[in-house]
Design a protein around this ligand. Structure first.
Ligand code: SF4
Length: 326
């Protein structure tokens, strides 16, 4: 009986023969660590890039999105808990889809990118990595939508074939991570720094939950850290909470609380702070940080008006907006 230790995420699960790690999908099979979800997606969809959310990366394009079961976090407010809190064995998978088939289908569907998303892609690491390598060979981009709870070495390896990431920074508070997510904050901050160092285009999402992480001083500390460690041009998406899973007793985030948080983050110096899940709000759009010109007008995930010049320059002052543009 050989126990194997998984070094993918900070949990470092010691998995006995025949057992599974905390994420449920990485198992010890005869002394070998394997992911049961390899080539077994539980969810496949074509989304607008804006839904990831990525607002400064190939805006208006379609992205082929895949997910498997399992997660290495256990957030009480999970929006995809039917997917994330189960193992692949407990769920019907849609079809066997080896990496080659995923890439081929994405191309057939006129998608220029593939997203590894919905649940936690880092725990189907090998599937992501192999698919991403093939996708790059075929000229597609790769996008990771993640909670960022991962160790440095595997993340740096994965970055070689990543083009963009949206990381869910759940709160700027270790107690929140421990009590709501069953995880810790520091590895997520370390992962954000690694993504920036490896020059993966990075955007951050922070879901604001009333009474738990909506304190303005926390928003200020988070925005200050982002400005100082990642850069003031890092887009931040402040997203509206809606009652889910084990947090059905908490009301949706009031729109005023989202707007106040946005103002706080912008006062700290972040250039692009968006409010999410509030369709029609002005804060869904992109403005020039120099002269305030409206550059991309959005309604929800739809682009209504695109005013950026080629290369992402403001048409008024010619300032280059950070991002990856068409
Ligand atoms: S990825 Fe899964 S098995 Fe590996 S250490 Fe993390 S929770 Fe444990």
């Amino acid at each position: 009986m050989t126990t194997v230790v998984c070094e993918l995420c900070p949990r470092y699960c010691a998995i006995p023969d025949g057992g599974a790690g905390d994420c449920r999908v990485r198992i010890n099979l005869d002394g070998k660590l394997i992911a049961t979800t390899f080539a077994r997606p539980s969810s496949v969809h074509i989304d607008p890039m804006e839904k990831k959310p990525l607002f400064h990366f190939l805006p208006g394009t379609s992205i082929f999105s895949i997910a498997t079961a399992g997660c290495n976090l256990h957030c009480k407010n999970c929006q995809n808990w039917q997917l994330s809190q189960h193992s692949g064995e407990e769920m019907d998978t849609i079809f066997k889809a080896p990496p080659e088939l995923i890439v081929k289908t994405a191309i057939t569907q006129s998608c220029s990118s593939i997203a590894y998303t919905y649940s936690e892609p880092l725990i189907f690491y090998e599937y992501v990595n192999e698919t991403a390598i093939i996708a790059h060979h075929r000229g597609l981009k790769n996008v990771l939508v993640t909670a960022g709870y991962v160790n440095e070495t595997p993340l740096r390896q994965l970055c070689k074939n990543l083009d963009a990431a949206n990381v869910d920074l759940k709160a700027f508070d270790d107690n929140f991570y421990r009590q709501v997510c069953g995880a810790t904050l520091k590895p997520v901050l370390d992962a954000l720094v690694v993504l920036r160092q490896e020059e993966v285009w990075l955007e951050i999402t922070n879901l604001i939950i009333p009474g738990l992480n909506d304190d303005l001083s926390m928003v200020r500390r988070m925005a200050t850290w982002i400005r100082d460690e990642l850069g003031k041009d890092t887009p931040l998406h402040l997203s509206r909470f809606s009652p889910q899973y084990q947090m059905r007793n908490i009301p949706p985030t009031p729109s005023e609380a989202l707007r106040r948080s946005r103002e706080e983050a912008m006062n700290v110096g972040l250039e692009h702070v968006y409010v999410g899940n509030l369709p029609g709000d002005d804060s869904e759009s992109t403005y020039c940080p120099i002269d305030g010109t409206l550059l991309i007008k959005r309604y929800g995930f739809t682009i209504q008006n695109y005013n950026l010049l080629k290369g992402g320059r403001c048409p008024t002052c010619k300032h280059k907006i950070s991002g990856v543009w068409l």
